[in-house]
Design a protein around this ligand. Structure first.
Ligand code: PYC
Length: 413
């Protein structure tokens, strides 16, 4: 149990300290400026300070900590990807997640549940078998399971799926987990702050200064700072920042919607995903069903959620769990996903010296948070790509070296 709980929960002597400071002014210069105080930006700052001793770092956030993709996802953690590059990368993330509550001394409600990706057709069974084999080859625990096994682990499921798309089997990934997403950002933020990193909220980047082809500073609505290293970690807000430095990428921004139900008594221990039904669902530690669907099928910069989405999603949820008919949806929202053509991220160095990219997260930014922090901090400190992210370099698009990961998407986007 985190010691803080005992110290601050049981004694009047201690006031709970603030998670991080809010410095009043920007300094004249920083060794590194990170744009975006979501999980990725804060994790990069944390590991820069903790592992590389680089603490003269500012994290700039136009709104508030964790208010973008970090607070808008469905908090699923897994490593059962399709490509060897993706499996190795997300496996490291799962490993880091497993120790994070202890690292932070903060309860992230990390809960290992087991992750089922249901197959409703021969074609999808074939993909699940393929993923299971790649996973096992790389030491990741995944296997193809039959319907009896699914029913044993998730007794409430209707495997006939309303009679129109019977479940034929599944990819089962025991390490699949959920976590409290906001707390991940707070933990990284607090840890970075404690090591001297400055977090500046409500600080919008309005320009990036480049001389020759080198970064020299950042302009903000609160003044200009000098720096020779800038990390761009803003997910759905990436394209306007890239325009400031003249970098072109094939990113497209699409909304991804999700919702939660009213709290229910615990009944769903596992994470259930169906690509054919465009659905993923888990039950949080508060009892809410946390569920979502595919990307909205059009590029638009909006975080509004729609009635269409809840209607479609509820129909599919009822196909698998018909007894949920009277359950109320309490909240719904959308996040902005920066989607690449091969569904792998864009990470590492860029054509502008000192400008580092952490982008292209599409629908799996949350689960990559710790490994992004680890690999981006290494890349910035050493000015060379960490081996785990080398395949995700921007130049792969012109080199025709794509890392096709779409087959590992939870749902059919
Ligand atoms: O890839 O696990 C996933 C996921 C869930 C929600 C969005 N993506």
């Amino acid at each position: 149990m985190p010691h803080r709980l005992l110290r601050f929960g049981l004694s009047k002597k201690y006031n709970e300290p603030r998670m991080f400071r809010s410095p009043e002014q920007l300094k004249k210069s920083y060794d590194v400026v990170i744009i975006g105080a979501g999980g990725h930006g804060l994790a990069t700052a944390y590991y820069l300070a903790r592992d590389h001793g680089i603490t003269n770092v500012a994290v700039l956030e136009r709104a508030y900590i964790g208010g973008g993709g970090t607070g808008r996802n469905t908090a699923i953690v897994r490593a059962n990807y399709l490509t060897p590059e993706g499996v190795a990368f997300y496996d490291e993330s799962v490993r880091l997640f497993q120790d994070l509550s202890a690292d932070f001394d903060l309860n992230l409600f990390y809960s290992q549940r087991g992750h089922f990706t249901l197959a409703h057709s021969d074609a999808s069974l074939r993909t699940m078998r393929w993923r299971a084999e790649v996973n096992k080859h790389l030491g990741v625990d995944s296997e193809l399971v039959d319907t009896a096994f699914i029913k044993e682990k998730c007794p409430h499921i209707d495997l006939s799926c309303g009679g129109h798309a019977p479940v034929m089997g599944a990819l089962f990934h025991p390490p699949g987990a959920i976590a409290r997403h906001d707390a991940v950002a707070w933990g990284y933020g607090r840890g970075a702050d404690q090591r001297g990193v400055e977090i500046h909220q409500q600080t919008e980047v309005t320009g990036i200064l480049v001389e020759g082809d080198k970064v020299t500073g950042v302009q903000t609505n609160r003044g200009t700072v000098e720096t020779s290293k800038v990390v761009c970690a803003v997910a759905g807000y990436t394209p306007p920042l890239l325009e400031m430095v003249g970098i072109k990428t094939p990113l497209v921004i699409q909304p991804l919607q999700a919702c939660v139900s009213e709290p229910l008594k615990p009944w769903l221990d596992t994470i259930i995903v169906s690509a054919s039904l465009h659905l993923y669902v888990s039950q949080s530690s508060r009892g809410e069903l946390v569920t979502g669907a595919s990307l909205d099928p059009y590029p638009i910069h909006s975080t509004r959620s729609t009635l269409d989405f809840v209607e479609g999603l509820s129909g599919h949820l009822l196909d698998l769990f018909p007894f949920l008919g009277d359950v109320k949806i309490m909240r719904q929202w959308a996040g902005l996903s920066d989607v690449t053509p091969d569904f792998s991220p864009i990470m590492g160095l860029s054509p502008v010296e000192g400008f580092y990219l952490d982008a292209g997260w599409g629908t799996w930014g949350f689960k990559a948070t710790p490994v992004c922090g680890k690999t981006m901090s290494y890349t910035v400190a050493e000015n060379k790509p960490h081996p785990l992210i080398e395949p995700f370099r921007l130049s792969r698009f012109k080199e025709f070296e794509l890392v096709g990961e779409k087959g590992a998407a939870s749902v059919g986007h």
